[in-house]
Design a protein around this ligand. Sequence first.
Ligand SMILES: O=C(O)COP(=O)(O)O
Ligand SMILES: [Mg+2]
Length: 226
Amino acid sequence: MNVCFAPRPVVFDLDGTLIDSAPDIHACVNTVLRMNGTRPLTLDQVRSFIGGGVDLLWRRVIAATGLPVEAHRDLVASFMTRYHQATALTRLYPHVLETLGILSDRGYPLGICTNKPLGPTHTVLEHFGIGQLFGTVIGGDSLPQKKPDPAPLRAAFAALGADPAAPRGIFVGDSEFDVETARNLGVPMLLFLRGYRKTAPEDLLHRASFDDFAQLPLLVEEVAAI
Ligand SMILES: O=C(O)COP(=O)(O)O
Ligand SMILES: [Mg+2]
């Protein structure tokens, strides 16, 4: 019998999973729109644009506002200067802190795999005082590839000691991008239902779903036992 005693690494998505950051992203987008004489977007609109990283966010903002496509690079640069410090409106989802502590105490190596750029990722992790809980943090600009390419998630598991050829980790995320990433890497996915997903959960491949982080330690134990 092949028994593995090392706890499986657990890697988390960030925006819409550990943190509700849409209000800050919305505010930064609208500041840049205002500076360009363009009408603001609603929170629901901007929330629906999050998940594929900053370049895709701004391609979607440009499509929704009619700003010139050629302005993309300058708009992203202007957005990034604000995004780097944007934490005032961001909140941890309920029970995230307790759950990360429980998993860490039980010996699960923890990591982050987000499409958010590394700069604002580190800012927000330090803002909430949780950076030290994660053995690795892979951002949207850490590698040439972003989710749903499996490379960033593979890199996160590898940094936490998993076999890169056959990672035995668990991925926790909120969006279609995360579901696709887990499927591309062939690892079990736990879907958080209160994030920025647009597709019905029954149409997304996942091992289990949850809407309160207090449920996660048990789900992780169940998946880890298989
Ligand atoms: O920055 C984004 O668009 C999404 O970030 P996430 O991968 O943490 O959900
Ligand atoms: Mg997300």
